[in-house]
Design a protein around this ligand. Structure first.
Ligand code: ADP
Ligand code: MG
Length: 462
């Protein structure tokens, strides 16, 4: 990722925020919206974490208690990658409209450069306090990387230099690096540790070039005890930064300072990196994190679900561990979504809901059916007009078939709840949830109704 695509990312997230606000406004009404949601100002998006700000602690507490779950669940509907939403109290006057943020790149730049200054002053602002060794679940795929990370953080000398961690996205490289930094700081607060993404390194370097203070830039790095650069694959290709990185790297190794590097590939496989650099990166210990196996996936889910307020049953965790095989970030995303949904509806999640909520994540082997087809078949079957699928009429004769069609749309297509709601005459996603539950309930109670639904499913799927 380069700076440009990061900016683009930020704009997308801000656009999502506009959508999310719109949905919440519909849900809670104008008055509540004005008091509690409109006051939230978009501040930042970094490492899958959104930061919003408000002007006082009082407002912050109230929003966290009453609205944070709603914000989370609506946002997760828009973007599964969101890991966390933080609400902070801003020091500035917060009366400004968050829309201004979208436009004012100048302000953004000022903010970024404020942040830059403390990157060197203290690293803590850049570290996620949850990324500790205790919170890291160890299994076969990551045991070598974990052991190496522990060793480096406990050692008084430099056991291997550099420590090179690599593995696919979302497998815990950043987590381990932060954990090393926490542990080193805990053991000796005086040791200077700098953790930085390779992108940030480049950004600082280019800025230093522009402001002609590269000497100071170099000094900063040369005075550290431990330097960690995350995702070095992003350094590849940029000649002058690569050169500078290489010099800094060599100087630190010569002074016996600990270096920890991460990348998505092994040193040999890194593209666009000079040969001398590549071989030097492989000098120390190279530890890879393998794709997760079932046991580790389940272990991670169990550990993470214990920390959630919503209770998620063991059989659902097993189901998720079977179905979501990509990486930890997706496992966490799935859990967060389930937990947000569970607190939104105020009851425990069941397996059907899981399939609904995570349709986009779960590989489905069913034949592809679309909402229109469902609406058509269901109207025919119950002998009502197709237009009644989206009409406002509430009489039982049309409402029940409509609910059945919503239920089938949820179960047979990969459409999200809000999307289904929209296709049924712009109804809210909570109406869809209600329909799904109602139909489930009726299928359990009423055998002939259940037969109807089964028949419809068979017709649609064949
Ligand atoms: P990477 O840097 O390799 O892309 P991250 O370190 O950002 O991946 O991990 C993604 C998410 O998964 C983080 O929230 C992290 O805490 C979590 N995670 C990864 N591996 C583990 C693990 N073994 N135990 C617990 N959480 C993990
Ligand atoms: Mg990472």
């Amino acid at each position: 990722m380069n700076m440009k695509s990061q900016d683009k990312n930020l704009v997308e997230i801000q656009a999502q925020w506009v959508t999310v606000r719109g949905r919440i406004r519909q849900k809670i009404g104008d008055a509540q919206f004005k008091s509690w949601i409109k006051v939230l100002v978009f501040e930042d998006y970094d490492d899958h974490k959104v930061t919003l700000s408000v002007s006082s602690n009082f407002i912050r507490t109230r929003i966290i208690e009453q609205y944070l779950d709603i914000i989370k669940s609506y946002w997760l509907v828009e973007n599964l990658k969101i890991n966390d939403i933080q609400i902070v109290v801003s020091k500035k006057d917060s009366n400004k409209d968050s829309k201004k943020n979208l436009e004012s790149t100048q302000k953004n730049e000022a903010k970024i450069s404020n942040k830059d200054q403390d990157v060197f002053g203290s690293i803590s602002s850049d570290l996620d306090s949850r990324f500790t060794f205790t919170n890291f679940i160890v299994g076969k795929p990551n045991e070598l990387a974990f052991a190496a990370a522990r060793r480096v953080s406990e050692a008084k000398d430099v056991p291997f230099n550099p420590l090179f961690l690599y593995g696919g996205v979302g497998l815990g490289k950043t987590h381990l690096m932060h954990a090393i930094a926490h542990e080193i700081k805990k053991r000796n607060p005086l040791r200077r540790v700098i953790y930085m993404s390779a992108e940030k390194f480049m950004y600082h370097f280019i800025k230093a070039l522009r402001f002609k203070n590269t000497v100071a830039f170099k000094e900063q790095f040369r005075n550290v005890d431990v330097l960690m650069i995350d995702d070095v694959q992003f350094i590849s290709g940029k000649d002058s930064t690569q050169e500078e990185f290489f010099h800094t790297f060599n100087a630190l190794i010569d002074q016996n300072k600990q270096l920890i590097i991460s990348a998505d590939k092994s040193p040999q496989d890194l593209e666009g990196i000079e040969e001398r650099m590549r071989s030097r990166l492989g000098w120390g210990l190279v530890a890879d994190i393998h794709p997760l196996n079932y046991e580790l996936r389940l272990g991670i889910l169990q550990a993470k679900s214990e920390k959630l307020t919503a209770k998620i049953s063991e059989n659902i965790l097993e189901f998720l561990a079977h179905k979501i095989t990509t990486n930890v970030r997706e496992l966490e995303g799935a859990l967060n979504r389930l937990s947000a949904f569970s607190s939104l509806i105020g009851s425990e999640i069941n397996l059907d809901m899981v399939q609904d909520l995570l349709k986009d994540l779960l590989k489905s082997s069913q034949k592809k059916v679309n909402i229109e087809e469902i609406q058509k078949k269901v109207s025919q079957h119950f002998n009502i007009k197709m237009s009644d699928m989206s009409s406002a009429r509430r009489s039982r004769t049309v409402a029940r078939p409509r609910q059945v069609a919503m239920y089938l749309s949820k179960n047979l297509t990969s459409r999200s709840l809000p999307e289904i709601g929209r296709r049924f005459g712009n109804r809210d996603h909570t109406t869809v949830i209600h329909a799904v539950r109602k139909v489930e309930e009726l299928r359990n109670k009423d055998a002939s109704f259940d037969e109807d639904v089964q028949l419809l499913i068979r017709m649609l799927e064949s």
